[in-house]
Design a binder for this molecule. Structure first.
Ligand code: PMP
Length: 333
């Protein structure tokens, strides 16, 4: 019989799939462009990997004790990963989110059994009701609390150095020449990038994809709409020595490509995936068929149905023209 003992054992070992449609303008000398499909992790994103590694390390160091509580200010993929690991290992989870976070995301975390505390955005950070104050207070006052802090936890990049990187190296039989990924905490690019550089003797080129406005591509931290990537500060999980190049991508281009990935490649993925693929294709234009480019797709598209995959939302921001002006409604007719 073939089965896993627990859902945690299903984290990682995600497949690579060739992108054959969005790459068609690259011509006959095009490199092989392969996508690492991270939404096939049980929690639906690449963040399951860091959740397992951070919890394992906290158990080993004694920071997280039996019956303890994981407290983290997150509303997204990291929360889902932590919630499923916590549930399987008998820990409680409390997530603190600002009230701008969609109800669907809160519902997903609650479905896994996590407690979610929603804080008002319209108050000063020093206010006791603020997101920052509440998460600090909860981690101080909750007995057995442990705060993973994905922005400073070395087990975040380490999980990618130990799993994602070796998987890509083995799956491409060491023939990968270019690796492209977005950066939020920077854990993925730093861990995978360092592993691939070391394994190839520095041959593999590592390229970061970044939303226009984020500090990684020289921006001021001004707002953008792609979720999960880019920052307005430099987290310690981001290793500034790994990336050979950072490519800035606009929201409009990211979302147009996200829609193409669903429609043409059968990959219903999130906006940071579209962003990474735009950057990957810009790199691929200067490569040849001897090259092998791997682009990592962090999460699935179900969480974005009311945004990127909603024509009215796209039109409100003027993104439909960038998406070719063709609405999902028109395509159905
Ligand atoms: N895309 C999405 C949707 C994410 O949630 C994240 C994690 N913040 C990333 C990309 C970037 O990953 P990392 O934090 O490892 O840089």
């Amino acid at each position: 019989m073939q089965y896993a003992e627990s859902v945690i054992d299903l984290v990682g070992n995600t497949p690579l799939v060739r992108l054959s449609s969005v790459t068609r303008d690259l011509g006959p000398d095009a490199p092989l462009v392969l996508a690492k499909v991270e939404y096939l992790n049980p929690g639906g994103s690449v963040k399951d990997r860091i959740a397992v590694r951070m919890v394992d390390a906290a158990e080993a160091s004694g920071e997280l004790k039996p019956g303890g509580t994981i407290v983290e200010p997150t509303s997204g993929n990291t929360g889902i990963g932590l919630a499923l690991v916590a549930q399987q290992r008998g820990y409680k989870c409390i997530f603190v989110c600002p009230d701008k976070v969609g109800q669907e995301k809160v519902n997903v975390l609650r479905a896994y059994g996590a407690e979610v505390v929603v804080c008002p955005t319209a108050v000063d950070p020093a206010d006791p009701r603020s997101y920052y104050s509440v998460s600090d207070r909860l981690s101080r006052e909750t007995p057995g609390a442990w705060k993973p802090d994905q922005y400073s936890n070395p087990n975040n990049p380490r999980s990618h150095y130990e799993t994602t990187g070796p998987e890509i190296w083995a799956q491409t039989e060491g023939r990968i020449t270019h690796f492209v990924t977005g950066a939020g905490t920077g854990g993925t690019i730093s861990g995978v990038g360092r592993y691939l550089k070391e394994s190839s003797g520095g041959r593999v080129q590592v390229i970061g994809a970044d939303p226009e406005g984020s500090v990684y591509s020289g921006g001021t931290g001004r707002p953008y709409l792609v979720e999960g990537v880019g920052e307005d500060f430099w987290p310690s999980t981001y290793d500034q020595d790994v990336a050979d190049e950072i490519i800035a991508v606009s929201d409009g281009d990211s979302f147009a490509m996200t829609r193409r990935l669903a429609r043409e490649e059968g990959l219903l993925v999130g906006g940071s995936c579209g962003m990474a693929v735009v950057a990957a294709l810009r790199v691929a234009e200067r490569l040849t068929k001897d090259d092998v480019l791997v682009v990592l797709l962090p999460d699935g598209g179900r969480g974005y149905l009311n945004k990127i995959f909603n024509d009215a939302w796209m039109a409100d921001y003027g993104f439909l023209e960038a998406a070719g002006g063709e609405t999902i409604g028109e395509l159905l007719e």
